[in-house]
Design a protein around this ligand. Structure first.
Ligand code: C2O
Ligand code: CU
Ligand code: CU
Length: 496
């Protein structure tokens, strides 16, 4: 693993100027292509279990005509199939690692026993196999799965190791929402990439990219550059997934139309929230409804001014741009009534629950002095700079323990010079407040990842879940993958 990594770093060492030039050359000879929809994978029902099989493999994709990019994927070249499960299912997922390096597969957003979580402790060696079995006990929601290999998450996800995981339940199946996958219920996996002059992925090449996280100038949507969606219905549900390593998006339509947010990471909101702009950090998911009954073509765009490209010590020259995400053509869309839904679901009243009497303060930190030293000493690129409460991730050290079936208030503070999307495993929490003020209305549903702005403290109410295991920990971390790999991560166990 060590050897591979060094080779990778050397192969991708490039100057920013080179990345920029090569991208322009590649990007200009490109035609718009139909948005690919990842294949739906519902598994096979066998002896009381729903069985899935994922092969982690090498691939090759022609993102740009005439350029074959080396990639990684699950059961394919890039990304993976959309796994679909139903609440109550007992699932069994066999993962086979056909890579020449170790990997793991983490079910992001799933509440499940720690051994089945797919974090860095569930390492799958080269040519090895891992079986994850659990019961789906949570509400309908848009989850995803991705590599969580120790210290290697960033580069493995960048090369393609991510996929969607949808949970349905009786309520979601009966809800008045578009729900025909790939027809009016469309996954939109957003990733930014850089390519070199040979059309190969250009991962972290220079020091600032390790600090601010890898930002690419080219967007891939469901693994396609510059895609077009020919809408089949005038009422579309988009499952927006920020599967980028580090980039925040500020999504909206080019004609200023509003849309309705109907779900966050952990499932349906109680009521739809109308918005014109939606900010999404890495790891976050939102579902939106778009009304296309005017049959106009619209561009879903990301508007500059959010996340770490908008400010910060590095300036990120040329990185903070408006970007086209997805062109939607509604010319031949079938007209569907757009009766506004008023109530989507109701959430249990957690606010009246008595949280456990613990104080959980987590400070997200970037040691600037450590970084400067790192810049001067090119070999000292990792370790010590990214931390939580002063501790960089140590796979042999459990940071704390919680008791099962409790509600805990976690205070997440950020005095660093960057915005961090904070994620906790094995839970769908509620955001109680931002610096004492209420969370944004669309953030008041169930979430597993929350944006923590600079000089802000976010309080979340975390259900610790029904599973205990003092030997196997769960992770909490910044979902900027270079920060996670760099040590802005900790682990906790759940006691009975
Ligand atoms: Cu999506 Cu611990 O990660
Ligand atoms: Cu996770
Ligand atoms: Cu971070």
């Amino acid at each position: 693993m060590k050897i591979n990594r060094r080779k990778f770093l050397m192969a991708t060492a490039a100057t920013p100027a080179m990345i920029f030039t090569s991208r322009q050359v590649i990007a200009t000879n490109q035609h718009r292509q139909e948005l690919p929809i990842p294949e739906l994978y519902e598994g096979e029902y066998k002896s009381g279990k729903v069985k899935f099989r994922l092969n982690v493999e090498h691939g090759e994709v022609e993102f740009f005509k005439g350029y074959k990019t080396s990639t990684l994927g699950y059961n394919g070249n890039y990304l993976g199939p959309t796994m679909k499960m139903k609440k109550g299912d007992q699932v069994s997922i066999e993962v086979n690692n056909h890579l020449a390096e170790d990997t793991t597969v983490h079910w992001h957003g799933m509440v499940l026993p720690a051994k089945m979580d797919g974090g860095p402790h569930q390492n799958i060696v080269q040519q090895g196999k891992w079986i994850s079995e659990f019961k789906v006990i949570q509400k309908a929601s848009t989850l995803f799965y991705h590599s969580h290999a120790h210290g290697q998450t960033g580069q493995q996800v960048y090369r393609g190791l991510a996929g969607l995981l949808l949970i349905e339940d009786d309520e979601s199946e009966q809800a008045d929402l578009p729900s025909e996958y790939g027809v009016d219920d469309i996954p939109v996996v957003i990733q930014d990439r850089d390519f070199d002059q040979n059309g190969q992925f250009n991962y972290v090449g220079f020091m600032p990219e390790r600090m601010v996280g890898k930002h690419g100038k080219t967007l891939l949507i469901n693994g396609a550059y510059s895609p077009l969606l020919n809408a089949k219905s005038t009422r579309l549900r988009l499952r927006l997934v920020n599967a980028s390593n580090a980039r925040f998006y500020n999504l909206g339509f080019n004609d200023g139309r509003s849309f309705q947010v109907v779900a966050s990471e952990g499932g349906l909101l109680e009521h739809p929230i109308a918005l014109k702009r939606l900010e999404m950090g890495p790891g976050e998911r939102y579902e939106i409804l778009v009304d296309l009954s005017d049959r106009k073509s619209v561009m879903l765009k990301s508007y500059r001014g959010v996340g770490n490209t908008a400010h910060g010590p590095m300036g990120m020259m040329g990185m903070d741009n408006d970007m086209d995400v997805l062109l939607i053509n509604a010319e031949s869309a079938e007209k569907r009534p757009t009766t506004p839904v008023e109530t989507l679901t109701s959430h249990p009243d957690w606010m009246s629950m008595k949280p456990a009497d613990v104080s959980r303060q987590l400070e997200l930190q970037m040691g600037m002095m450590g970084m400067m030293r790192g810049m001067m000493n090119r070999m000292g690129m990792s370790g010590g700079m990214m931390s939580i409460n002063g501790d960089s991730f140590d796979i042999d050290h459990i940071n704390f323990s919680v008791r099962k079936n409790q509600f805990e208030v976690w205070r997440i503070g950020n005095n660093s010079p960057m915005v961090h999307p904070f994620h906790i495993h094995n839970t769908q929490f509620k955001v109680l407040s931002r610096d004492g003020r209420p969370a944004k209305p669309y953030e008041q549903g169930f979430k597993d990842t929350v944006i923590v702005n600079q000089n802000e403290t976010v309080q979340v109410l975390v259900p610790t879940g029904p599973y205990s295991d003092t030997q196997s920990p769960y992770m909490y971390h910044c979902h900027i993958l270079e920060h996670e790999d760099g040590g802005m991560m900790g682990q906790f166990v759940v006691k009975s």
